[in-house]
Ligand binder design. Structure first.
Ligand code: FES
Ligand code: MG
Length: 584
């Protein structure tokens, strides 16, 4: 017998709590730790490795997710950073979601991924977690989950893909995917060319190369203070991206040691900064839904009217597709978020804390002076004078709707037209290309039943294609309205997120062929020119049957999913108490 202390004393937390965290399973805590260590030693660990801060790494690598195709290299670099800083890295899998490989829609699975992330972070012993995400829904899912789990958390973005080349033109997913498909539909290019360009649109692993949802969420994550400085922009296959990964691992250890938990970072100030950035980058409309969901986990509600007011004084500065001309790799070469934040400085809360343990303002100072470049405009010479996204209201959308004005046709932003209704996606697919479709370029296309409960999962079907007969006649844009979402890589005069949705009995459900709708982006109005009495009569005549399911995840989803203004989160996942609104 020696008088040395047993290595299984649960309160012997020498350096962070490490493997001792959350020891309740077997009643006797010493025994629980004894068992835990016995099992992990089965993987060859020594006590020296185990008695240090444990950094979980949520590894979302998957053969189904080429946007995360660099996950093995990132995990390796994060582990190196963790070990250099004296921690123990432990990677673990969670659900991974790719936009193109998730049916019925990736959004249907976002909340499931957030639950997976939250519960695995909570369940397994770790003092901090590195969240590796990139493709559209993954970053919001991880931030939602981590916000609820409450531990020290840091986001690592996988990074954008490289651009490709097609017959002398630079191309990238997926604004150019839509552009080329539009040309093919209109008969401007042939089958051989569309097959050629298919090889070039996604030139490497990584996320979409334009300011789509993935890039938007990367910029938002950095603006929230959730990545190391400069974490948003390095492309997936660059040395910069791997260095960011190493730094992220090291920083996670620092956060574990100092107790820099996520609630100290995700403050109202941080959300306001993120909203500014969303507007200034001409970001994806999905960014609003995701921000609302993340904020909801912290007990904060996004005030859409205030966001719109913010938009009127926040110009679009970033010249990236689909609102502008460049790609993410160009943004990185132009200095990335440091360049953008420098321009936005007067509009930001500089005191907001970041995962680095320094404030946003301190990080901006460390980033040093700017240099001549053409991707990020100055506030005096913007791409678009207002924020990219405008919030609309009216009898068609009592709970609000949005339009990405920076990607819309200015000629259609003040428009009144006759309505052509599609009842759901199937109806649209059957009729949109029909020669018999009674439609002109002055009409307003309305698509119902693609909201949170409608499809379900609020698919990105809001980008209604131009009817083939109009496309062939050279029509490039037409007013389109739905309760669904649109890909951040898409463009057009498209009203989205009409709330409440048609499947839940919103006014959109009662729009009929031949009605008239007035859109005024200037007045922020979306009006169905039908009297309240007539709408009430229609509602009585054809009541809406809200969709249900008999079992499984779909049942949980349909019973608990909230509308777009609350982030399409499940009601029971939001914070138990709401503590305020952002912006305040
Ligand atoms: Fe993954 Fe676009 S498909 S980011
Ligand atoms: Mg997308």
């Amino acid at each position: 017998m020696t008088d040395e202390k047993s290595p299984f004393e649960p309160d012997d937390a020498a350096d962070g709590s490490g493997m001792r965290k959350g020891l309740t399973s077997y009643g006797d805590q010493g025994f629980s730790l004894f068992l835990r260590k016995a099992f992990i030693k089965g993987a060859g660990f020594t006590d020296a490795a185990l008695d240090r801060p444990v950094i979980g790494i949520s590894n979302t690598g998957s053969a189904y997710n080429p946007c995360h195709g660099n996950a093995p290299q990132l995990v390796e670099a994060v582990k190196r950073g963790v070990m250099l800083a004296g921690g123990l890295p432990m990677d673990f899998p969670t659900i991974s979601i790719h936009e193109s490989f998730a049916a019925p829609t990736s959004m249907y699975l976002r909340n499931l991924m957030s639950m997976d992330t939250e519960e695995m972070v909570r369940a397994q012993p770790m003092d901090a977690v590195v969240l590796i995400g990139g493709c559209d829904k993954t970053v919001p899912a991880q931030l939602m989950g981590a916000a609820s789990a409450g531990i020290a958390s840091i986001q690592l973005i996988t990074g954008s893909m490289l651009t490709g080349g097609h017959r002398g033109e630079r191309v990238g997913a997926c604004t150019d995917c839509r552009r080329y498909w539009g040309k093919y539909r209109a008969g401007e290019i042939d089958a051989e060319e569309i097959a050629d360009v298919n090889n070039q649109l996604v030139a490497s692993v990584g996320t979409c190369s334009v300011m789509g949802t993935a890039s938007t969420m990367a910029c938002i994550a950095e603006a929230l203070g959730m990545t190391v400085p400069g974490g948003a922009s390095p492309p997936a296959v660059t040395a910069d991206r791997i260095r960011i990964a190493e730094q992220t691992g090291a920083q996670a250890v620092q956060m574990a040691r100092t107790g820099l938990t996520i609630d100290k970072v995700l403050t109202p100030e941080a959300f306001e900064n993120a909203m500014r950035v969303l507007l200034a980058i001409g970001g994806s409309t999905n960014g609003i839904v995701h921000l609302a969901a993340i904020a909801g986990r912290m007990g904060l509600e996004i005030d859409l009217a205030a966001l719109d007011r913010m938009g009127r004084e926040t110009p679009v500065l970033l010249d990236l597709k689909p609102s502008g001309q460049w790609y993410m790799e160009d943004f990185h070469h132009a200095g990335g978020m440091a360049t953008l934040l420098r321009e936005l400085k007067p509009l930001l809360h500089l005191g907001a804390m970041t995962v680095s343990g320094r404030t946003l303002g301190e990080e901006m100072e460390r980033a040093g002076p700017g240099f001549q470049q053409t991707v990020v405009r100055s506030i005096g010479n913007p791409i678009y004078p207002q924020g990219g996204i405008a919030v609309l209201r009216g009898n068609l959308a009592p709970g609000g709707a949005i339009i990405k004005q920076s990607a819309a046709d200015p000629k259609l932003m003040e428009h009144e037209g006759r309505v052509v209704v599609f009842e759901n996606i199937e109806d649209l697919v059957h009729r949109i290309d029909s020669e018999e479709l009674d439609v002109t370029a002055q009409d307003v296309l309305v698509l119902k039943n693609i909201g949170p409960k409608g499809a379900p999962g609020m698919p990105e079907a809001g980008y209604i294609p131009i009817p083939r007969k109009l496309a062939r006649a050279g029509v490039k844009d037409i007013v389109r309205i739905s309760d669904g979402r649109m890909s951040g890589t898409a463009f057009g005069t498209i009203v989205l997120h009409v709330t409440p949705e048609s499947a839940a009995g919103g006014p959109l459900a009662h729009v009929r062929n031949g009605d008239r709708i007035r859109l005024s982006v200037e007045r922020r109005e979306i009006a169905l020119l039908v009297s309240a009495e007539e709408l009430a009569r229609r509602a009585q005549e054809s009541p809406v049957a809200v969709p249900t399911a008999e079992r499984g995840y779909r049942k949980l989803f349909l019973q608990t999913v909230t509308q777009a203004d609350l982030g399409v989160d499940f009601d029971f996942l939001r914070a138990a108490r709401m503590v305020g609104k952002v912006p305040r």
